[in-house]
Design a protein around this ligand. Structure first.
Ligand code: RET
Length: 272
């Protein structure tokens, strides 16, 4: 669990080919990426199968939104596996690994910017929320992820890294509020609270795991090594993306009246 000798590289990998080779010499790290490529692919196939008969446009919108979570995820993990979105970054004075070049999976923070909005769009639609609240949650998750990326990439000072972390956490709390307070009440009114309460639990508990891992991993106080941190994120992704997706799609595929909106939903012209 604690930092081991395998983390101390004699020569820091610099080119993408060297980073790629480094990843594949670390079975724990490589498997945390490849497992998610497989699971994202399987989730996309499962959605296509489970939702093949869905005809209501609002139900289709929810299904497509869940599919895009895995579309982003499979691309994100391909970026990590190839070494494209991983760099070795020198930590500033005051950091537990000060002066060392530490493997940073910055592609994760970058691609959450594109995946988390689709999770929130799906949840907001299930709760029967409106464009303002869904849009607000999307804007704040983008802000949270971009400032999280900034926290990971800032090398000038350890204090500035944690200040980015604090900013990102404040944005996160806005999202938590929308889910726990606003959408919970709306789901109650919409009659979808059975599903929503399960999704809410998985999402809120799961999402809190990310900043905890960031803080414990090499980006933060570095008590977890890179391979374990990566598996931590990969397991959280399995819960917050694929499990949440399958619960949503299995429910929506039955096209219950609480979810559907009829053929006029989102239409620009009135259908005949
Ligand atoms: C960071 C670090 C800065 C503080 C906070 C964070 C929160 C990250 C979260 C990520 C969720 C990601 C998901 C991805 C699925 O594709 C950026 C780790 C608060 C909540 C659900």
């Amino acid at each position: 669990v604690l930092l081991g000798a395998q983390d101390t590289v004699l020569q820091t990998p610099e080119t993408q080919a060297e980073i790629f080779e480094f990843i594949f010499n670390d079975t724990l790290l490589a498997s945390s990426f490849v497992a998610n490529i497989a699971l994202a692919g399987l989730t996309i196939l499962a959605i296509v199968f489970l939702a093949r008969g869905v005809s209501d446009p609002r139900a289709q919108l929810i299904v497509i939104s869940t599919m895009l979570i895995s579309v982003v995820s499979i691309s994100s993990y391909t970026g990590l596996t190839s070494g494209l979105t991983i760099s070795f970054i020198e930590m500033p004075a005051g950091h537990a690994r000060a002066g060392e070049e530490v493997l940073t999976m910055w592609g994760r923070y970058l691609t959450w910017t594109f995946s988390t909005p689709f999770i929130l769009i799906s949840l907001g639609l299930i709760a029967g929320s409106n464009l303002t609240k869904i849009g607000t949650s999307v804007a704040f998750t983008i802000a949270m992820c971009v400032t999280g990326l900034a926290a990971a990439l800032t090398t000038s000072s350890v204090l500035m890294r944690w200040w980015w972390f604090v900013l990102s956490s404040i944005f996160f709390l806005v999202i938590v509020y929308i889910i726990l307070v606003e959408w919970s009440a709306e789901a109650e009114a919409a009659g979808t609270s059975d599903l929503f309460n399960t999704l809410k639990l998985l999402t809120v508990v799961g999402w809190f795991g990310y900043p905890i891992l960031w803080g414990l991993g090499v980006e933060g106080i570095a008590v977890l090594d890179v391979g374990l941190t990566s598996w931590g994120y990969s397991i959280l992704d399995i819960i917050t993306k694929y499990i949440v997706t399958l619960l949503i799609v299995m429910y929506v595929a039955k096209e219950p009246s609480e979810i559907t909106a009829g053929s006029d939903y989102g239409a620009t012209r009135k259908s005949k």
